[in-house]
Design a protein around this ligand. Structure first.
Ligand SMILES: C[S@@+](CC[C@H](N)C(=O)[O-])C[C@H]1O[C@@H](n2cnc3c(N)ncnc32)[C@H](O)[C@@H]1O
Length: 508
């Protein structure tokens, strides 16, 4: 398939940027005019968007051409974008003559997303058949989830694998020393190079290759990837098909990670993976790291999960899988002992060589809206708790801290008639955001949580409850330190300063 975009000179790209800026072609403006919460919720007029902007100014003309994918009369394009504007868009291959006489059409999608404007392939194809190397749009909900789960902290060298448009590398360019974006298709590489120039970014190197093949033996401080992950009997569409179990590309990324990630660095990956009988994903991913497995902390943040039958039913209903192959596909998952297909993000942090304690393996369900900052805080908290626990009597020391119950915690007490007395017999604690935690605890823990307001050490609260006969005697409290450790790790108990800092952040 022809490559529509032209890697023109810096001056022409500056003129295109200027046109987009003057037209206010930003994510906020798309959201405002199209009455959507963000670019990720954008729908074309063709797909039934109610809010039509009409075509009255330069912004409307850009939206009409590049997001609605509609042809525009040449006269209107010149009147609204200016002769120079049309000329610069044509010079970099973004605009071409439409089949309809006297009209211009966009050759690609072009959209604002966060601080960037990106080009990817259009979505409507003659005959409806997508080319195998079609460039994936960076405004899908999956890419939104991917970039939302990427840290924005500065870093040295960053690598985006499976880069497509290069969205993550380009977003990170401002806060890292140098970024690489690699992809297996020539088409994606061409689009990512175009996007780097369009956005005036010159510290991103784009290269073509199968995963790490394009970067030789270079090592990085952060590696990010949003690989193809759809289970597919054949490999047809490169951005989508992840082999029989959907994990083919993800597994290859992890297997070769130890050769390319520096100590202290991390891989951030968003995709669908599988839990298998007796082998949840977080265990399997550590095994993929081979001999280097113990050098990594593993954090897995699932967002949704399906049993295999529902997974394939959804795909058949959506028209992505022939109904005739449903039983065969379910059988193949049964053979692989796949129990759940889980969509989410995972982080593999490479520990420093002198790190104390055993490597961490943590799985927490991410609520909608969970961000990279929430994940970073959770990972840091788990790491410092593990370091504290590794010290002699470490877990017991937590009881000396003035811990407060998070206002996000809810608990349900069950009462039952025991020997003629209504007694609390069970307690279920629940945290809904940013990570979902459910746990069954002894009923007296409800009183402990209710009285923990961060003004005195937890130990004093326990003593008070013991004096009132609500908590068991000292002799029975052996399970308490590990439970408090788990509640702190889950974010249910926190230091008051930590809570105040979080509330101040959220109020901003
Ligand atoms: C789901 S898209 C993600 C694109 C972009 N990173 C984003 O988040 O919008 C997956 C990308 O992986 C690329 N890809 C598939 N197999 C690959 C491989 N073996 N090596 C490198 N890239 C690959 C595809 O060409 C496609 O661009």
């Amino acid at each position: 398939m022809e490559l529509p975009l032209v890697l023109g000179d810096a001056e022409t790209f500056a003129a295109v940027r200027d046109l987009l800026r003057r037209a206010d072609y930003t994510e906020a403006e798309v959201a405002r005019r199209c009455a959507v919460p963000s670019i990720y919720a954008f729908r074309t007029l063709h797909d039934g968007r109610a809010a039509s902007t009409g075509v009255h100014d330069a912004f409307d003309a850009l939206l009409h051409l590049f997001l609605d994918e509609e042809p525009l009369p040449r006269d209107a394009a010149h009147a609204l974008l200016g002769d120079d504007g049309v000329a610069s868009l044509r010079a970099v291959g973004l605009l071409a003559d439409a089949e309809e006489p006297g009209h211009l059409r966009a050759t690609v999608l072009l959209y604002p997303t966060r601080s960037l404007v990106l080009a990817s392939d259009r979505t409507r194809w003659p005959g409806g058949e997508m080319p195998a190397d079609v460039v994936y749009p960076a405004i899908t909900q999956s890419t939104e989830h991917f970039v939302t789960m990427l840290p924005d902290a500065p870093c040295g060298d960053l690598l985006e694998l499976c880069a497509g448009t290069g969205v993550a590398a380009l977003l990170a360019a401002g806060s890292c020393t140098h970024a690489w974006a690699t992809d297996v298709t020539e088409r994606a590489v061409h689009f990512a190079r175009f996007n780097a120039r369009l956005n005036g970014i010159d510290n991103v190197t784009v290269a073509r290759g199968d995963l790490y093949a394009a970067i030789g033996d270079r090592a990085f401080d952060r590696i990010v990837a949003h690989p193809p992950y759809v289970s597919s009997a054949e490999l047809r569409v490169v951005f989508r098909d992840g082999g029989e179990d959907g994990e083919q590309v993800t597994r290859a990324i992890v297997e070769r990670l130890p050769a390319h990630l520096r100590p202290g660095g991390a891989l951030y990956c968003t995709c669908a993976v599988t839990d298998r009988t007796g082998h949840p994903f977080e265990q399997r991913v550590r095994a993929w790291l081979g001999g280097a497995g113990d050098e990594f902390d593993v954090f897995f943040f699932p967002q949704s999960s399906h049993d295999p039958r529902h997974y394939f039913l959804d795909r058949a209903i959506g028209g992505y899988e022939p109904w005739a192959s449903l039983e065969r596909r379910c059988d193949s998952f049964a053979r692989l002992e796949i129990e759940r297909v889980v969509y989410g993000s995972f982080v593999l942090r490479r520990r420093m060589p002198d790190a104390a304690g055993a490597p961490l393996t943590v799985r927490r369900r991410a609520a909608r809206g969970a961000t990279a900052r929430d994940a970073e805080r959770l990972m840091d908290r788990e790491a410092s708790l593990a370091a504290a626990a590794a010290a002699p009597d470490g877990e017991r020391r937590l009881l000396a801290l003035p811990l407060a119950t998070s206002p996000r915690v809810a608990f349900a007490l069950t009462h039952a008639l025991v020997d003629g007395d209504w007694q609390a017999t069970a307690c279920h604690v629940h945290l809904a955001t940013p990570f979902v935690v459910d746990a069954d605890v002894a009923p007296w823990i409800a009183a402990l949580l209710a009285r923990s307001d961060g003004t005195r050490p937890l130990r004093d609260v326990v003593r008070e409850l013991q004096d009132e006969g609500m908590a068991p005697d000292d002799a029975d409290l052996g399970d308490l330190p590990p439970l408090v450790h788990a509640l702190v790790g889950a974010g249910m108990l926190e230091l008051r300063e930590a809570r105040e800092a979080r509330e101040a952040r959220e109020a901003r």
